[in-house]
Design a protein around this ligand. Sequence first.
Ligand code: NDP
Ligand code: GDR
Length: 357
Amino acid sequence: MTRTPRSRTKKTALLTGVTGQDGSYLTELLLAKGYEVHGIIRRASTFNTDRIDHLYQDPHEADARLFLHYGDLSDSSGLRMLVERVQPDEVYNLGAQSHVKVSFDQAEYTADITGLGTLRLLEAIRDYRDRTEHHVKYYQASSSEMFGAAKPPQGLHTPFHPRSPYAVAKVYSYWQTINHREAYGLYACNGILFNHESPRRGETFVTRKITRAVGRIKMGLQKKLYLGNLEAKRDWGHARDYVEAMWMMLQQDAPRDYVIATGEAYSVREFAERAFEHVGLRYEDYVEVDPRYFRPAEVDYLLGDMRETSEHLGWTPKTSFEQLVTEMVEHDLELARQEKTLIGAGHQVALKGIGAH
Ligand code: NDP
Ligand code: GDR
């Protein structure tokens, strides 16, 4: 597909991480707003597009607005080629090795993808902009993990104290984004997002690990849930709300950075308590602590300070903690029912996601 930017009537967005939790919600949002959406996917030996399959359109259809391209944040030349071909108005960099615990096992890989990958993409955009004078707006998926050990509440002026290879890589990306704004005049924003969850959350993150287990325990498919540190506190919101903030950041007159959070924090223990309660069970009867889920360095308490964001963006979260837990548990209860039916019909169902993280 080659065309000149001026021949287009609709806005075009390019997303890394389109197959992830946030990528799927953001794609829905952008398609609903009339965008043409281009997503970068990794080649895998199995299908990895589950979260966006419901949005798939045959690219041969005249009205198709979602296009997928193979690429990887480790591959500068591929990224440059894609920016050139897609000619995006907006780029959302959501791709990352995003698991904090895994980043301790794969520190260099995480630095490469979650850190250097950002630089590769920013440089591709800068080069394209300089040659074509086509302005591109850039969103960087920054993280509350960058605050790490800093005392809560954490806001735009809180000094970073990252506590994992993942968080260190995100701090690098944060500053590369700001440097491209200040040095080259790129419209580039950091969204420092606190934890956001949903029924599409990866199954090795703690909230989804809990709600998957609640569903399975309720349906008699699992007996115990092994977790790590139950006392860690997080400011948990809903991914569907948070992708709206990402889009809003790129619709402002001038670029800046924002903190996105709910302003309420709960412990892992409290999350588990509510989730089990929702199906009439007591978490104490099922949850056991397994030290293998502890991290070499923990982030104890994240609570977002949204004051500046409220002033500049006008975004507020729509989903309460209770609603988030309920939606996730209900979803995973239904999934467990389907698994039970399949097992009853003699199918083998692998209980994935209860594994190592
Ligand atoms: P997910 O882990 O669900 O998705 C990560 C995405 O990155 C997937 O599409 C994955 O592809 C892709 N990816 C992984 N490695 C590469 C690579 N080498 N090249 C290109 N793409 C790659 O993350 P979320 O959707 O939850 O988060 C989106 C972004 O926001 C991430 O950058 C994350 O670090 C950040 N973030 C998330 C928060 C949260 O609470 N969810 C909070 C703050 C920041 P594949 O499907 O093939 O694995
Ligand atoms: P986090 O999310 O590290 O905050 O990173 P995760 O859900 O992995 O952990 C949250 C807290 O729960 C504790 N915990 C466990 N975590 C996991 N994964 N598995 C367990 O069994 C378990 N038991 C307790 C953890 O120690 C931690 O304190 C997420 C990711 O999406 C990042 O990409 C993102 O940047 C941050 O949120 C904001």
